[in-house]
Ligand binder design. Structure first.
Ligand SMILES: Cc1cc2nc3c(=O)[nH]c(=O)nc-3n(C[C@H](O)[C@H](O)[C@H](O)COP(=O)(O)O)c2cc1C
Length: 231
């Protein structure tokens, strides 16, 4: 039994959905962290159980295979791994840096990709961004989608990019434009319902073949097959 205020049968179903939410900026006063906080508020209103984190929880040294072989995977990567394993899906609010994702986020994704089983595989994800620009950081989200989908994450088709974010929030931390706030709410609600559905159809997608379609090679191919997938 979760602790949320169960109002409807649908809200009750959503109680079983556990989401990891974090902003991918390291700086104090980050707009993306504000958007992540708003995502937490909305997700909890809709009935989900949220694990809130910060990018600083997941910081890692620059990826280096020599370091990996000598000392193993760093604590920041371990932390993200553990939170992914403990949740059904994730919401990231990511800044856009030079039309891509922040290096700190990509670096952590690279480290986390070294775990076996690889924890992004089959995980549902929703991508959001906040930027002072007119496009809200959407180009960075297209870039972020790429490594996540490569790792088998099921990235939600809709992406919420809050344009002119330096002026977009009201004093309560909500989006001042009521229509935009409604779209944000409904996007999160639809995402939660998809995560909830995927929990009830656990065989929907199990296998991960890193270079699907390339000639199999024992030295380079990385494959994880679920119980139901054909070998
Ligand atoms: C190195 C760097 C590159 C940036 N590149 C972009 C960009 O390509 N597109 C964009 O919309 N904003 C860009 N910005 C501005 C960020 O969107 C802005 O600094 C934003 O506040 C960062 O997110 P945060 O508030 O969550 O830290 C860039 C900022 C920095 C520091």
């Amino acid at each position: 039994m979760c602790g949320c205020n169960v109002e409807t049968a649908m809200t009750a179903k959503r109680c079983s959905v556990r989401l990891l939410v974090f902003g991918a900026s390291l700086r104090d006063g980050s707009m993306n962290d504000r958007l992540a906080s708003l995502a937490v508020e909305v997700a909890e209103e809709k009935g989900a159980t949220v694990e809130r984190a910060k990018m600083s929880d997941f910081e890692c040294p620059a990826y280096d295979m020599d370091v990996e072989l000598a000392t193993g995977l760093p604590s920041g990567a371990q932390a993200l791994h553990d939170k992914l394993v403990a949740t059904d899906g994730f919401i990231i609010a990511s800044p856009e840096y030079n039309a891509s994702m922040p290096g700190v986020l990509k670096n952590t994704i690279d480290w986390v990709s070294r775990f076996r089983p690889q924890p992004f595989n089959g995980k549902q994800g929703l991508l959001t961004a906040a930027s002072p620009s007119m496009t809200g950081g959407k180009i960075g989200l297209w870039a972020l989608r790429q490594p996540l989908e490569h790792l088998g994450a099921r990235v939600y088709p809709d992406m919420f990019a809050l344009a002119q974010a330096h002026r977009a929030f009201d004093d309560a931390g909500r989006i001042a434009d009521g229509k935009l706030q409604t779209w944000f709410d409904s996007t999160i609600e639809c995402f939660i319902d998809l995560v909830e559905a995927s929990k009830h159809y656990p065989t929907l997608k199990k296998q991960w073949v890193e270079f699907l379609g390339e000639k199999p090679d024992d030295e380079t191919t990385r494959v994880e097959l679920g119980e139901t997938a054909a070998v």
